[in-house]
Design a protein around this ligand. Structure first.
Ligand SMILES: Nc1nc2c(c(=O)[nH]1)N[C@@H](CN(C=O)c1ccc(C(=O)N[C@@H](CCC(=O)O)C(=O)O)cc1)CN2
Length: 292
């Protein structure tokens, strides 16, 4: 068996096209959405993601505002950048690219974001709304990667009701909010959240109908761990992993290539969930502007 492709690149392109029309309608009413980003340091992955987010904005007609700070920026400098974006009327939504360099307190920074401009849905108020299940579409943002994962599955007519979902990784951008989203009554999945303290990750993965690998450990999910026909989404990224054939260093996901021989569906990395994360960010920005 070779798994079918969950093509995030194509789905994200379709979403951007829809958003472009919504942005045009907003502009007819005199509202110009603007996405702000706070990028601290020179991490190549973070720099690339931020650059891609702004390229997406250009494509759909959203204005771009950048706050780029050096790697040795102080907590006060980062907080000042957040306050500038809170006060800037041209910025209708913004994100602080994570992770921040060591020594900076990202929780404190996230708390300073104006919840109405929180394009990532990571402000405690918006995460709280997710917990309370009061952020139905159009009332407050849902974190981009979890939203992108659910959207990608639904677009491919994959029903989650009653499914056993194993999420590997408990980070604030993916694992934790994804568990909350999937257990909503309208999705009704049953979620197991594995983490570094889980005794036997393979045992949980083997039982799952859907596996979301978001641990950031290269090739940790192998074919022998996956139930035949399962749906596997690769979210984790490791950079600088040597290619087994050429020896050249490259980007690797959490899911080994041989999983494609066992799984029913695979969202690859790159080309799966990453583009959906960016598309959901744009959707959050457009929705925030529409709410205004
Ligand atoms: N403030 C945030 N920081 C981070 C988030 C987030 O949602 N908000 N998530 C991740 C990274 N991320 C978003 O910023 C992200 C990951 C992947 C992609 C993407 O488009 N990936 C491409 C490949 C890109 C490449 O070649 O390197 C793909 O998968 O096809 C975009 C955004 C951590 N930080």
């Amino acid at each position: 068996m070779t798994a079918q492709l969950l093509d995030g690149k194509a789905a994200a392109a379709a979403i951007r096209l829809e958003l472009k029309e919504r942005v045009s309608r907003l502009k007819e009413q005199g509202i110009v959405p603007g996405l702000g980003t706070v990028l601290v340091g020179e991490d190549p992955g973070s720099a690339k993601y931020v650059a891609m987010k702004h390229a997406d904005c250009l494509e759909v007609g959203i204005n771009s505002i950048r706050e780029d700070l050096p790697a040795d920026a102080t907590q006060e400098q980062v907080e000042a950048a957040v306050k500038r974006l809170n006060d800037d009327p041209a910025c209708t939504g913004y994100i602080v690219q994570l992770p921040l360099p060591k020594g900076l307190d990202s929780d404190r920074v996230l708390e300073l974001i104006d919840p109405a401009k929180d394009a990532d849905g990571l402000h405690p108020t918006n995460l709280g709304r997710l917990v309370l299940n009061v952020n139905a579409p159009m009332t407050s943002p849902i974190p981009c990667t979890p939203h992108g994962i659910v959207d990608l599955l639904l677009r491919n007519d994959i029903d989650l009701k009653g499914k056993e979902v194993c999420v590997v990784g408990r980070g604030v951008t993916v694992g934790r909010p994804l568990g909350l989203l999937l257990t909503r009554r309208e999705l009704n999945a049953t979620v197991t959240l594995c983490h570094t303290g889980t005794r036997d990750v393979a045992e949980h993965v083997r039982r799952a109908d859907v596996v979301v690998a978001a641990a950031g450990v290269a090739n940790m999910i192998t074919a022998d761990m996956v139930k035949p026909g399962a749906i596997v989404l690769d979210v984790g990224v490791s950079r600088g992993v040597p290619d087994p054939v050429t020896g050249k260093s490259k980007l690797a996901g959490d899911v080994a290539l041989d999983v494609r021989e066992v799984a029913g569906w695979v969202a690859p990395n790159p080309g799966g969930v990453g583009p959906m994360t960016r598309a959901m960010l744009l959707a959050n920005v457009v929705e925030a502007a529409e709410r205004q």
